[in-house]
Design a protein. Sequence first.
Length: 195
Amino acid sequence: MLRFLGLRLARALLTLVLVVSFAFIVLRMSGDPALLIMSADAPPEAVAAFRRAWGLDDPLWVQYFRYFGAIFQGDLGNSMRDGRSAISLVAERIPATLALTLPALAIKLGLGIPAGIYAALHRNSFADRAVMLLAVAGFTVPSFVLGLLLVLLFAVQLGWLPSGGQDSWRHAILPVITLGLGGAAVLARFTRSAM
C-alpha cells in the first residue's frame, strides 16, 4: 500500500514538474514579455529597465529555476501588466467562474448520467444508438464550435439570447449550455460503459 501511494505521489510530482516546465516554455516561446507588454516604439532604455525589473535579463535557466521555486512556494508572482498579484487576479474571477461551472455541472450530471443509464438499460436498441450517436457528436464537436453554433442560432438568427456580456442571467445561458452539453456527452458514454 505504501509503495502504491509512493508511486502515485511520484507520478503526481512528475506531472506537476512537467506542467510547470511546459507553462514556462510556452510563455517564453510567445515572445519577449518586455516587447509584448510595452509598445514596439518604446525607448530601448525603458525596455531594458523593464527587463531588469522583472529579471528577464537573467539567463533563461536562472529564470526557469526562479519561476519553478516561486511556484512551489505558492507565489504565482505579479501581473506584468498592472503589477497586481496573480492570486488576486484569479480570486476576483472566481465568482464568475462558479456562476458558469456550477450550472454547467448540473446540466452535465442531469443529462449525462440518466442518458447513460437509459442507453445501458436499453442496450442495442434504437434509443441506445440514438443516445450514443448524440454522445459521440457531443464528445467530438469542440466546445468553441458548439458555442459558435449556439450563438448563431439563438442570438443571431432567433434573437432570443444575448451573444455576450454578463449583465444578467440571460447572458450565462449559452456558455452554461455549451459547457454542460459537452460534459454530458462524455459522462453519458462513461455511464453506459460502466453499467
